[in-house]
Write a protein that binds this ligand. Structure first.
Ligand code: HAS
Ligand code: CU
Length: 556
């Protein structure tokens, strides 16, 4: 059998100080995850009627824990890990080091931001939940910290743009290597998307929390939040897609099926991720129905690149399964290297994402959304997307990434495989509970353990949510133990990967013809800006001038 892998043909090696900073980013991300999942356990069991919040020394209210859960997991963990992983992928794809000063600045700015935001939450000055909706008001250190987290992502993207510009100067007329291309396109998308929260926080919420602006316009800030807030889910997801497209095929023994398809899918994310935010505001009064319907329609367009990804990634896996001797329609699945924890975690993440994606389509349907909006169906949906497709993929990537960055081998591959299964079974039970509860009208963001009302169908839903959430927590703790043991050197140093598992491509990038235009990134950026203006300008114009009607409220 011929080998499908390329053993580091480039001789690529990242300078030791950059490796160190990237590993700090990963540790920061998983430290945030530890804080997030600990609070998550309390929320999950509260649906089963069990109140353990009293065991958390700093918790004054349920909403304080829920804010910590959402901010730590969805805003800090995702971006800390994404920064490190995508900077490495750009460097490896282009086979050159990054501008070290930008990499370091990105890390320290994120650390300062996390310290500021966590201080505000832990001291009970910011129980506003991760969506930060006005007129609930937090202390300014909460908003300022999150602004710093966003600036850190901008610094990381600057590091990558500089690296790409330098590479292009030295390689005129060459196609951008796939791994770097998809990493950079994800950054372009996020840089555009993040403008919404930057305007909202810097222009309104920080001056308002400091008392400079006495009142605020809640609807305008919600619209600005969701301008960023839908695209943010792809900013979380696309680092996992980078791995699924460009690395997983090699880990499974296959190849990337189509270079062209991967590029087109990422370009679609660049162009249509942002102009869909209003699908989070279907029930908001004050936004025109036409605008909601238009952005709802674009949401169905953004479904397409994920659908294409499902087929493409599966084809890469099938190639690997057949090379390992798999036959028949489905026999190749069994022959995939399920003993490889990095691959297993990511394949289980993909399987859960099938359900996460389908529930997303139901959310996106204007009419069906009325049934499930603000119910526990929504956390059911997003734990099968960001809570597993993303989080479990990041854990799977870490199983090779930390050994690669630190030179310390993974401790206990068997436990790492078990960890992925425990987490997955947990998420499926949890989501089954949340989804069915949501269909029966169980509200999200509610302390059900103390609620004075409850409907009979919520009981089973709540118990399943509690059991599933406990298993997820155990899976996450096991992951953190494996990570700590690995970093402490318990796994020794034998068999440490010396290269990123960069896959070969079945149909490589064309050097002539229409495909070359895929690399004209400035034009695609322009196309994205045009569509964003078309989809959002009328919505924002209708909200002008701002209605400064609401003072800040602190209900905690
Ligand atoms: Fe969503 C609400 C619509 C994807 C996250 N979403 C949320 C919220 C979050 C979130 C956090 O339209 C709550 C926000 C809040 O707090 O209020 N979502 C969608 C749609 C998609 C979607 C259409 N969401 C995501 C992703 C997320 C995420 C990804 C995080 C990472 N979502 C909505 C809507 C709402 C919403 C409404 C508002 C609801 C409301 O009323 O509040 C799509 O992008 C999904 C496309 C996905 C697929 C699946 C493709 C499958 C793949 C894997 C295949 C691999 C295989 C391998 C099969 C089409 C790629 C096989 C393996 C072997 C071993 C054989
Ligand atoms: Cu969305």
């Amino acid at each position: 059998m011929t080998s499908t892998v390329v053993q580091d043909p480039s001789g690529f090696e990242l300078p030791a100080d950059q490796r160190r900073v990237l590993s700090w980013f990963v540790y920061l991300g998983f430290a945030a995850l530890a804080a997030g999942v600990t609070n998550g356990l309390a929320q999950a069991v509260s649906y089963a009627g069990i109140d353990i919040t009293g065991y958390f020394p700093f918790l004054k209210t349920y909403y304080q824990g829920l804010t910590m859960h959402g901010v730590a997991n969805a805003l800090v963990f995702t971006f800390a890990f994404g920064n490190a992983f995508l900077m490495l992928m750009t460097a490896r794809g282009l086979n050159r080091a990054l501008p070290g000063a930008l990499v370091k600045a990105s890390f320290w700015v994120m650390l300062a931001g996390v310290a500021s935001t966590f201080y505000a939450i832990v001291s009970n000055h910011a129980s506003v939940l991760y969506t930060s909706y006005a007129p609930l008001q937090a202390h300014w250190t909460y908003y300022a910290g999150l602004v710093l987290v966003v600036i850190s992502t901008w610094l990381a993207s600057a590091a990558m743009f500089v690296t790409l510009a330098r590479w292009r100067r030295e390689h005129p007329g060459e196609r951008i290597p796939l791994l770097a291309y998809i990493s950079v396109v994800r950054w372009m998308m996020w840089d555009l998307a993040s403008i919404g929260v930057a305007v909202s926080f810097l222009g309104f919420l920080i001056p308002w929390s400091l008392g400079i602006l006495p009142k605020v316009d809640p609807l305008l800030n919600r619209t600005l939040f969701w301008f960023t807030g839908h695209a943010i889910v792809y900013a979380w997801l696309l680092p996992a897609y980078v791995s699924w497209y460009a690395l997983v095929p090699r880990q499974a023994g296959g190849k990337v099926v189509s270079d062209r398809l991967a590029r087109v899918a990422f370009l679609m994310f660049l162009i249509v991720s942002v102009p869909t935010g209003l699908h989070h505001q279907y029930t908001d009064p004050g936004v025109s129905q036409g605008m909601k319907a238009f952005q709802g329609l674009i949401t169905f367009v953004i479904f397409w690149p994920s659908l294409a990804t499902a087929f493409s990634v599966m084809a890469g896996l099938e190639m690997g399964g057949r090379r390992h001797g798999g036959t028949g329609l489905l026999g190749w699945i069994r022959k995939l290297p399920w003993s490889d924890p990095s691959l297993t975690a990511q394949m289980l993440a993909m399987l859960t994402f099938v359900l996460g994606g389908i529930t997303g389509l139901i959310n996106a349907s204007y009419v069906m959304n009325q049934v499930i909006h603000n119910t526990t169906w929504i956390p059911g949906h997003f734990h099968m997307t960001v809570g597993s497709a993303v989080a479990l993929s990041f854990m799977g990537i870490t199983y090779w990434l930390i050994p690669y960055l630190t030179g310390r081998a993974l401790w206990s591959r068997k436990l790492a495989v078990a960890q992925s299964w425990i987490y997955t079974v947990g998420i499926l039970i949890f989501a089954r509970g949340m989804i069915s509860g949501g269909l029966a009208g169980m509200p999200r963001r509610t302390f059900i353990a103390r609620a004075a009302y409850s409907l009979p169908p919520w009981h089973l839903a709540g118990v399943l949510t509690g059991i599933g959430g406990t298993l997820m927590f155990l899976g996450a703790v096991l992951f953190l133990v494996i990570l700590a043991m690995t970093v402490l050197g318990a796994g020794g140093s034998a068999g440490v990967p010396t290269d990123v598992p960069y896959s070969e491509v079945l149909t490589p990038a064309a050097t002539a013809g229409w495909e070359v235009n895929l690399d004209k990134l400035r034009w695609w950026l322009l196309a994205a800006i045009v569509l964003i203006v078309l989809a959002y300008a009328p919505a924002f114009l209708m909200e002008m001038p701002p209605n400064f009607v609401s003072p800040g409220f602190r209900l905690y």
